[in-house]
Design a protein around this ligand. Sequence first.
Ligand code: ZN
Length: 273
Amino acid sequence: MTKPGPLSLNTITVREQWSLKDCIEGCARHGITGISPWRDKLAEYGVANAAKHIRDTGLTVTGLCRGGMFPAADAAGRQANIAENKRAIDEAAALGAQCLVLVVGGMPSGSRDLAGAQMQVRDGIAAVRDYALAAKVPLAIEPLHPMFAADRACVNTLGHALDLCDELGEGVGVAVDVYHVWWDPQLSQQIKRAGKRILAFHICDWLVPTTDLLLDRGMMGDGVIDIPGIRAQVEAQGYAGFCEVEIMSANNWWKKPADEVLRTCIERHATVV
Ligand code: ZN
């Protein structure tokens, strides 16, 4: 097994402990060379401040989290979402991010029209694609585990995300997050199909039992995902980027000192990824 690509810190991993400024300083202190900020923390620090600090620290921005959330109950809502995505693209460009991660959105509240939401997602990405191409910000559709189909993302398999990429063309790829795709019987086939369109690789683990749909992700090595196996398949397609650790863990990792969390991420990245 080859060594994994370098580690990147998705800042949600220490969301409860650290500001974005703390995260940048923490990465520098621990020798982590990549970072993927969330927009709420970015807004708090200020885009220009963050961009300068990240540049001065020499970190690679492996993604900005997140764009997407396209569906809405009416046309005005959809337009507002498109405008918000253009702001996210501007921010990703300011940071020199390798991609803008798209958590595409679920069904508008009260709706039972899943297919309609999926069409709104396609139309939403289509509406911002030229803007993203001009800004040189690749759009990374992140399929989410189907348990999020209603409220977060109605694109739930790598195959579906790639169908959208096929339809939308240049400038649109995928983020492969092991947490969301590990269970898919078509995973190997779809990673091969993705080829060069894999823009980001996210790691954490699936705990058994999982006690919260959103906020009980595990540290690499603590769950059941064959992370090295998936990584090897992604790398076989030419992906040579970072392994971005992204752990939302309300009752465990968010309660530990952030320096301890980072040390654990580094150790697990070296041993079980
Ligand atoms: Zn992810």
